[in-house]
Design a protein around this ligand. Structure first.
Ligand code: NDP
Length: 253
């Protein structure tokens, strides 16, 4: 527990599990009030109870960010509850793997909806509040961290559309960064390698088995490792912005 983020408010999408839940705990432990956003309300309620028990402040917001109205409401509920928004962590994501040949186009649509459209809707709703926070105490700087992936930098066979969404996130991040950085809204992209979460669980048994074969010997990252990287990005001094951070397990090639 430290007080680096005292007086600030963070909104984290995809906080019902994995990296998002760990990030909520970490930012709350550094003093931020955290709004945790996802569809599984029971998970969010349990997370909020846990953070509050540790002395933190948290708010559960049930929302499907692929619906623009729900993404906007999630931001508004946060600002209504806490009066401000300093940090947006665009973390919600979906990874459905498989070859392009013979693919289920519905899987492509679902990934694009969460990884791209959901991120855009949430960012759009949050930006006016972030621009205000960047002018105000306690920090006079605000942050957007977009959780991309190693797959946003390198394409892998069987991950074509996932890579498409994440490389798009990287491109959008840099463009938005150039637009708002002089108003002290830092926009950075974080690209994790393999992290032990539920992300792969939405795939077919065949693909899950293939991933287990590929990674079973490797010590992967824990969600807390990635949360720590996000905390690092958003606690730099006002004059320093971490625009890109690639965080891989040491053994990952
Ligand atoms: P999880 O599957 O544990 O978390 C995904 C989160 O996204 C869940 O909380 C889920 O909540 C939320 N989510 C999915 N769809 C929606 C939606 N429509 N609206 C709101 N929330 C939604 O996986 P991770 O923690 O691993 O994934 C977090 C991010 O990290 C993703 O962007 C992923 O691409 C990225 N990443 C993960 C890596 C890994 O190896 N695990 C590696 C590189 C990047 P709910 O279902 O309750 O809505």
């Amino acid at each position: 527990m430290n007080d680096k983020l005292n007086g600030t408010v963070a909104l984290i999408t995809g906080a019902s599990s994995g990296i998002g839940a760990a990030t909520a705990r970490t930012l709350a432990s550094q003093g931020a009030g955290v709004a945790v956003v996802a569809r599984r309300k029971d998970r969010l309620d349990a997370l909020v109870a846990d953070i509050e028990q540790q002395g933190g402040t948290a708010l559960a917001v049930e929302a499907d960010i692929t619906e623009q109205g729900q993404a906007t409401r999630a931001v508004q509920e946060t600002v209504d509850a806490y009066g401000r928004l300093d940090i947006l962590v665009n973390n919600a994501g979906l990874m459905l793997l498989g070859p392009v040949v013979g693919a289920d186009a519905g899987a492509w649509d679902r990934m694009i909806a969460v990884n791209v459209q959901g991120l855009l809707y949430t960012t759009d709703a949050a930006l006016p509040h972030l621009l205000d926070a960047a002018q105000a105490a306690p920090r006079q700087v605000a942050d957007i961290v977009n959780v991309s992936s190693l797959a946003g930098r390198r394409s892998f066979g069987g991950a074509g559309v996932y890579s498409l969404t994440k490389s798009g996130v990287n491109a959008f991040t840099e463009s938005l960064r150039q637009e708002v950085t002089q108003r002290h809204v830092r926009v950075g992209v974080l690209e994790p390698g393999s992290v032990d979460t539920e992300l792969a669980s939405h795939n077919t048994a065949e693909i899950r088995d293939d991933m287990i074969d590929r990674y079973h010997d490797m010590e992967t990252l824990a969600p807390e490792d990635v949360a720590d990287s996000i905390a690092y990005m958003v606690t730099r001094p006002r004059h320093m912005a971490v625009n890109e951070l690639l965080a891989l397990p040491t053994e990952q090639v």
